[in-house]
Design a protein around this ligand. Structure first.
Ligand code: 5AD
Ligand code: SF4
Length: 452
C-alpha cells in the first residue's frame, strides 16, 4: 500500500540532501513524496537552527500540522508527525515538552533509523520517540543508494560536522565533530549517480575542504585528491563543493582549480567579517590579509573564478569602523554573489553571552548598506557576462512555455528558449542580458553536439 510523505526542508543544502535520503530510506516502507502536507500520511519538518526564531517557526508549523491531523482523523485517516534536523538535535526535549503530540523527534545523525522509529512510534501510543545520538559512521553505512530521479545536478555529502567552533555558530553542537566519509564509498555513490543521468555533483560538507577521508589505497585523501578522482568518473561533466573555510584552502586544492576542467569556476568561501579584531572574536583563526592572500592565489590559478561568501553584521562588539572594514573587504574582493545576515545570538554559543551586543537598529542599517553593495556587485558580474557564450546545464523547465532554466559555470541561473529534449544536457548559450538574479540568452548553434 502506498503512503504519502511530505518533507518540509529548512536551511542549508545539507538538509536538502538529508531530506532526499529520508525519502529514500522510507521508500521500501511504501512512502512516496508529495508536494503538500494536507494529504500526507507522514509529515517531517527538517529544521535549521543556524539563526534565530527557527525553533519558534517550527512550533507554529507544528500547531498547523496538529489541526491538519485532526481533520484527517475525522475523515478516518491519520498523520505521523516528525521533527528532524538541527532544531530537533538542539531542542529535542523542549519539543517533546511543548508539543507532545509529535510522534518522532530525531537529529541529523540518527535519521538512518527512521524505519525503526516509525515502527516504535506506532507501538508507543502517543508517546514521542526521541533519537538524538551522533551515529554518523553508522548512518552512511546503512543508507540506501540515492534514488534514480535526482535530476542532472545533485548533491553528495562527503563530510559532516565541524570542529572549528566559531563563537557565533551552533553547527559544532548540532552536527557534531568533523567526520569524512571513506573516499571509496563516495566514488561508488558518484558512479551510481552518473549512471542515473547526473551530470553535475556538488560535494557537501559543513567544512567540506577539511575533508580527510580514507582512500581505497588505505591512505588519507584530501578534497583535492577526491576531486581529481571524481573527475575520472564517466559522465560527470561538472564538480562543485561547498561550504569551505579559508584556513583549509590548501595548495593542492587551489591547484585543482587550475588543473581539473570539471571543477567549476565558482567558490563559496565565507569570511564573515572584514576587521581583524572581529575575526579574532569570532574565532575564525585567520586575519584579513590571510584571506586576501588566499583569494590572490586562487585568482592566479583560475583568473575567472567567481567568488561567493557569507557575512555577519553586528557581531558583539563590532564598531562602525569594524563594519567599514567589512565594506572595504567586499570592495577589494568583488563578489559574484553572497549571503549576509544580522548576527543572531544562539543559545549555548560563546558570543551569545557577550555583554557588548549591537543594537538592532545598527545591525539593520549595516545589513542594508552591505546588501546594497553586494547586490550592485552581483548585478555588475551578471551584466559582464552579456555577449559571452557560456555552457549551461539545463536543469528544469521554466515558467514560460518552451523555456528551460539552467546554471552557468559561475552558478548563475540562465533562462533560455530550448526544446525539452535538451533537459539534463549542457548547451552553449549566448548570453543576451544579465539581470540582478539571473541571465537570459539564446542557444548557440552547436553542430558537433546537435549532430550527436
Ligand atoms: N548569526 C548570524 N549568522 C550566522 N551564521 C551562522 N551562525 C550565525 C549567527 N549566529 C551564518 C554564517 C554562516 C552561515 C551559514 O550562516 O555566515 O557562514
Ligand atoms: Fe559554524 Fe564556523 Fe564551523 Fe562554519 S566553520 S560550521 S561557521 S563553526
Amino acid at each position: 500500500m502506498t503512503k504519502n510523505l511530505f518533507i518540509k526542508t529548512y536551511g542549508c543544502q545539507m538538509n536538502v540532501y538529508d531530506s532526499d535520503r529520508m525519502a529514500d530510506i522510507l521508500k521500501p516502507l511504501g512512502y512516496r513524496t508529495v508536494d503538500a502536507p494536507a494529504d500526507a500520511d507522514m509529515v517531517i519538518l527538517n529544521t535549521c537552527h543556524i539563526r534565530e526564531k527557527a525553533a519558534e517557526k517550527v512550533f507554529s508549523e507544528l500547531g498547523r500540522l496538529r489541526q491538519m491531523r485532526e481533520h484527517r482523523r475525522e475523515a478516518g485517516a491519520d498523520m505521523v508527525i516528525g521533527v528532524a534536523g538541527c532544531v530537533a538535535q538542539a531542542e529535542g526535549e523542549e519539543i517533546v515538552r511543548r508539543a507532545p503530540y509529535v510522534d518522532i523527534v530525531f537529529g541529523p545523525q540518527s535519521y538512518h533509523r527512521l524505519p525503526e522509529m516509525v515502527a516504535r512510534a506506532s507501538r508507543a501510543a502517543g508517546k514521542t520517540v526521541l533519537e538524538t545520538d551522533f551515529d554518523v559512521v553508522e548512518k552512511f553505512d546503512v543508507l540506501p543508494a540515492p534514488s534514480a530521479d535526482a535530476g542532472p545536478a545533485a548533491f553528495l555529502t562527503v563530510q559532516e560536522g565541524c570542529d572549528k567552533f566559531c563563537t557565533f555558530c551552533v553547527v559544532p553542537y548540532t552536527r557534531g565533530a568533523e567526520y569524512s566519509r571513506p573516499a571509496g564509498d563516495i566514488l561508488a555513490e558518484a558512479r551510481g549517480m552518473a549512471a542515473n543521468g547526473v551530470v553535475e555533483i556538488t560535494l557537501l560538507g559543513q567544512n567540506v575542504n577539511a575533508y580527510h577521508g580514507e582512500g581505497p589505497d588505505g591512505r588519507d585523501w584530501t578534497l583535492g585528491r577526491l576531486i581529481r578522482e571524481l573527475a575520472e568518473v564517466p559522465g560527470l561533466a561538472r564538480l562543485r563543493y561547498t561550504t569551505s573555510h579559508p584556513l583549509e584552502m590548501t595548495g593542492d586544492l587551489i591547484a585543482a582549480h587550475g588543473e581539473v576542467p570539471q571543477l567549476m569556476p565558482y567558490l563559496h568561501l565565507p569570511v564573515q567579517a572584514g576587521a581583524d579584531r572581529v575575526l579574532t572574536a569570532m574565532n575564525r583563526r585567520h586575519d584579513r590579509d590571510t584571506y586576501f592572500r588566499i583569494i590572490d592565489r586562487l585568482r592566479d590559478t583560475r583568473p575567472d573564478l567567481a567568488l561567493s561568501g557569507d557575512f555577519i553584521v553586528g557581531f558583539p562588539g563590532e564598531t562602525d569602523e569594524d563594519f567599514e572594514q567589512t565594506m572595504d573587504l567586499v570592495r577589494r574582493v568583488g563578489y559574484a554573489q553572497a549571503y549576509s545576515f544580522k548576527y543572531s545570538p544562539r543559545p549555548g554559543t560563546p558570543a551569545a553571552a557577550a555583554a557588548a551586543q549591537v543594537p538592532e537598529a545598527a545591525k539593520a542599517e549595516r545589513l542594508q548598506r552591505l546588501q546594497e553593495l553586494l547586490n550592485a556587485q552581483q548585478l555588475a558580474f551578471n551584466q559582464a557576462t552579456a555577449g559571452r557564450t557560456l555552457d549551461v546545464l539545463l536543469e528544469r523547465t521554466g515558467r514560460r512555455d518552451g523555456q528551460l532554466v539552467g546554471r552557468s559555470p559561475y552558478m548563475q541561473a540562465v533562462h533560455v528558449d530550448a526544446p525539452g529534449h535538451r533537459l539534463g544536457r549542457i548547451a552553449p548559450v549566448i548570453i543576451e542580458a544579465g539581470k540582478a538574479n539571473s541571465l537570459s540568452g539564446r542557444l548557440a548553434a552547436d553542430p558537433a553536439r546537435d549532430a550527436a
